[in-house]
Write a protein that binds this ligand. Structure first.
Ligand SMILES: [Zn+2]
Length: 125
């Protein structure tokens, strides 16, 4: 049986653009005891530059206005996997799960979002 990465953390063989994530059961809540690499704004700009996009104030405001529901993380093979459901800016009752993979230097490797335009590994919706 083939399942989607969103539900199981296993790569979906039918969608080669789905990034590989650990099983959701391996993720832990983000709190002061969880060690993560620092991801700088330069790292965000570096990730987005080849995609010809920049982090806009609109996206920053979504964070400030609490559209980010929570963040969980899992470490695997020297990579840090972040899982973050985010409410949509149109309907706050609807949320999409965002996956971000960061290396141990804080470089963003891959991102995906389960929204219609958030296909991995280079999502920037
Ligand atoms: Zn999205």
């Amino acid at each position: 049986m083939i399942r989607t990465a969103t539900l199981t953390g296993v790569q979906d063989d039918e969608n080669p653009y789905t990034i590989q994530t650990p099983p959701r059961t391996e993720y832990k809540d983000l709190n002061a005891s969880v060690k993560l690499p620092v991801v700088t704004m330069d790292a965000v700009d570096t990730y987005m530059a080849p995609l010809c996009v920049k982090l806009e104030d609109k996206a920053k405001n979504l964070y400030k206005e609490r559209f980010l529901i929570y963040v969980r993380s899992a470490a695997k093979n020297n990579k840090y996997h972040l899982l973050a459901p985010c409410a949509t800016n149109m309907k706050k009752s609807v949320s999409y799960c965002v996956d971000v993979i960061v290396d141990n230097e804080g470089v963003i490797d891959e991102c995906q979002c389960e929204c219609a335009v958030g296909t991995g590994p280079n999502a920037h919706c």
